[in-house]
Design a protein. Structure first.
Length: 283
């Protein structure tokens, strides 16, 4: 009789365990990368270039060739501070985004010195339809992408704040750009940058699988003498054109919004995602 009871108990635990394992596996199975760039065209994107109306792709700045998004200046005679941004068609709130990029060629004539081998991933940004005709950058958090000059140290996945500020270690940071701890990436090699965004609570930058920066409370610049601005819980995602040719071969995202109000499940999903070190493969 005792042996039978033990067997029943063991079977019950086994069924419960298999059920829990199945639920965990199912949750992990549903966490998949979505490609924001379809490899063919820019139909899912909007373009805003300074001095030009929304979706005027001035001088064919943003192109798709050989399955790659390319920023090019072949038709420019000079840059004239015509900064551009390529916006995905919908906003996001909580997510992990992965972008693989490389700088190529020479900077366009009269491009600013600081914009040499310089681009960016703009997150929690404003709607491009609300940008003024002469606005240079959307109000946003910029994950700054930089390439090396072949000799000097120059980190990537830095943080810049057009129209915004943030908190780090409990202090409000107002300076425009802050360097990450990443190493320098010289030449035209592909580099992978990932950004974990959890509404207004946490943002973390990764380069080829290594954490290089984290901060909290992204917010708009304060108004009327306030210390803090409006917290940014969601917003647009865009890629920059800042006067140096750059290629983007992959722009992918894992939307974490469905886990946002389930902290334990969110923690497990993030731990699973970050357990894998994703590095750009050179081709």
């Amino acid at each position: 009789m005792k042996t039978r009871s033990n067997n029943i108990l063991l079977t019950t635990f086994l069924i419960i365990g298999l059920s829990l394992l199945s639920n965990v596996c199912e949750a992990q199975k549903n966490v998949k990368w979505k490609q924001l760039f379809n490899g063919k065209d820019l139909n899912d994107w909007e373009i805003k270039i300074r001095h030009h109306k929304l979706n005027d792709n001035f001088n064919n700045t943003f192109q798709v060739n050989n399955g790659i998004v390319q920023v090019r200046y072949d038709q420019y005679t000079e840059f004239d501070e015509q900064f551009g941004h390529l916006f995905y068609k919908k906003p996001f709130s909580s997510y992990l985004i992965g972008v693989e990029y490389r700088f190529v060629g020479d900077q366009v004539n009269e491009g600013p010195g600081w914009a040499y081998r310089n681009s960016g991933i703009m997150i929690h940004g404003q709607d491009p339809a609300t940008m003024t005709i002469d606005q240079d950058f959307p109000n946003s958090i910029e994950v700054q992408l930089l390439g090396g000059n072949g000799k000097d140290e120059r980190s990537t996945a830095n943080l810049c704040t057009p129209g915004t500020q943030y908190e780090k270690d409990g202090k409000t940071i107002k300076q425009h750009c802050t360097n990450s701890t990443s190493k320098t990436y010289h030449g035209d090699k592909w580099t992978r940058v990932e950004v974990l965004v959890l509404k207004d609570s946490l943002i973390v930058h990764y380069v080829n699988g290594e954490e290089v920066m984290r901060y909290t409370k992204p917010q708009l610049d304060p108004i009327n003498g306030a210390v803090e601005g409006q917290l940014l819980k969601s917003g647009s995602i865009s890629l920059q054109s800042e006067s140096h040719p750059v290629d983007f071969r992959k722009v992918e995202i894992i939307d974490l919004e469905k886990y946002a109000d389930k902290p334990k499940k969110l923690e497990k999903v993030i731990a699973k995602l970050l357990a894998e070190k994703r590095v750009a493969i050179q081709q």
